[in-house]
Design a binder for this molecule. Sequence first.
Ligand SMILES: [Zn+2]
Length: 141
Amino acid sequence: MSGEAMLPCFACGKTLLNACAESENQPQEGTEFRTYGHYGSTFWDSFDGEELVLSICDDCLRRHSVRLAQHKRFRPVIVRAVGMVGRQWVERPMVPYTGHADDGAVRIDAEEIGSDLGSIEWSSDAAALREHAIEANERAR
Ligand SMILES: [Zn+2]
């Protein structure tokens, strides 16, 4: 940990510490939010690639959790011994915040990494992960 994050909590103004030394703004016990804005805002609707950035501390998120929603966008694709190798994109509605993460992961075998399983976006290093996972499986036998 090293010093203060660039931004304080947007809601309460509390100073936040950086979770990582090399980070400009990765708050410890807080979350950074970024947006290009969108149609409808009279404050921020960027078309030039510039994001609006704010941090909110975990205490404020918990205190006002009835004002939050969550939106499952993908299920992680997991292989034993190597971890996440891709994302399976899902179409689900945004729902009020429940505090419970959807833990539905797609678990596959090492040999399936990079194959055509539909709607899966493989990690950029999927080929190397496939080799690593297959080698790890062979060593375990
Ligand atoms: Zn706060």
